[in-house]
Design a protein around this ligand. Structure first.
Ligand SMILES: [Zn+2]
Length: 378
């Protein structure tokens, strides 16, 4: 809430209630920790997929269905805090859109014969983008964390079948199965498109306007009670910025063209790479990369080393038992960042039934990454 208060000129409501139900999903949590067999794991994963975890927004409240997956789960997004912070900002920001800015199809929603609006790029895409922008502007994310989160949106977003259907077409027809199966992209490609739109607005106005300024102007014009016109809204939006903004909508929102992120991102001093090969501090080389062979023991995360290659640098020997999770943890600082190059790292293995500490130095190397966003050095 403090991050939201730092982002918005004023909070849009005087009071707001988060209604949260936490389900006991510790059994499903085991599917992620690998302490069970594959057959059971697949069954649990299916159960997880059918649960419908999620949230729903209202004007002065939002409701959440979250899961307690138990202790020892090293997946941040599945921690209770991760689930809640991921969803809560998004749901709160729905006060802005669609609750405060929507077309007549939503304002006078026909519950008998629903007519879907083509503007999911606005209602969900921009909301999800704002959820991350709020964390960045509100100091929850570092600038680099923000770009890392957004690069995941680009990474998922490229798989939207843009040659087949435009984003507005998917949105307007989302009740048909052919389109519905791509609905999840409103949170992925939609959020990435929100960032591109923000960058394009900043580029065309020389940084005088940002996306949130345009949105809040339109919220002030319409608000909760009045609907904008479904068909002319994009023109109205463009009129708030610059005539050239129309091209962005024509090509990438209403059109079937694959995005060219760098055409817009320059406006936010960010550059996008399809692939980037770099000497990466984020990827400490692990002898697991290719220098050792292991066999599973007890079917879990404990591995027995069977063979060691010449590039091995930890000090493993065949027969050592290693806990993979513990090993990967040893390569991280307590705050989750990777250890510094050449920092001494200690990992404990079981050798001849005795715990043995191995001390080694972290190494870094060239790795190829895909869909990378970087700040342009200023
Ligand atoms: Zn939403």
């Amino acid at each position: 809430m403090e991050a939201i208060a730092a982002f918005l000129p004023e909070l849009p409501v005087d009071s707001y209630t988060f209604i949260i139900f936490v389900d006991d999903l510790r059994e499903i949590g085991q599917a992620f920790t690998g302490k069970i067999g594959l057959g059971k794991r697949i069954k649990l994963a299916k159960k997880f997929g059918n649960l419908g975890l999620g949230a729903l927004e209202h004007g002065n409240s939002s409701t959440y269905y979250l899961g307690d997956f138990g202790p020892g789960l090293d997946i941040e997004d599945l921690s209770l805090e991760g689930q809640l912070t991921g969803a809560a900002i998004h749901e709160f920001m729905h006060i802005v859109t669609p609750l405060g800015l929507h077309s007549q199809h939503i304002g006078n929603f026909n519950y008998t014969n629903p007519v879907m609006s083509k503007h999911l790029w606005l209602y969900e895409g921009i909301t999800e983008y704002f959820a991350h922008l709020v964390k960045y502007k509100g100091g929850v994310y570092t600038p680099d964390q923000f770009l890392k989160e957004m690069s995941l949106k680009f990474s998922s977003g490229v798989s939207f079948p843009i040659q087949e259907m435009s984003f507005t077409e998917m949105s307007a027809n989302v009740l048909q199965p052919k389109y519905e199966k791509h609905y999840g992209q409103v949170y992925q490609r939609g959020a990435a498109m929100g960032m591109l739109l923000d960058a394009e607005i900043q580029r065309l106005t020389d940084g005088k306007k940002e996306l949130i300024d345009v949105i809040l102007t339109l919220v002030n014009r319409y608000g909760a009670e009045k609907s904008f016109d479904e068909e002319s809204f994009i023109d109205e939006f463009v009129a708030e910025v610059h005539p050239d903004l129309k091209n962005y909508f024509t090509l990438y929102v209403e059109g079937k063209n694959q995005w060219k992120p760098n055409d817009q991102l320059i406006g936010m001093k960010v550059v996008y790479y399809d692939t980037l090969r770099e000497n990466s501090l984020l990827n400490p080389l692990s002898p697991y990369d290719n220098e050792i062979r292991t066999s599973d023991s007890k079917g879990g995360l404990e591995k027995t080393i069977t063979q060691v290659g010449s590039g091995e640098f930890v000090g493993f020997r065949p027969g050592d038992k290693v806990d993979v999770l513990e090993f990967l943890k040893a390569l991280k600082k307590p705050n989750g960042d990777p250890v510094d190059p050449d920092q001494e790292v200690i990992v404990t293995v079981i050798r001849d039934n005795q715990p043995k500490k191995l001390m080694f130095k972290a190494r870094y190397g060239m790795k190829t990454k895909v869909h990378v966003l970087k700040w342009i050095q200023r």
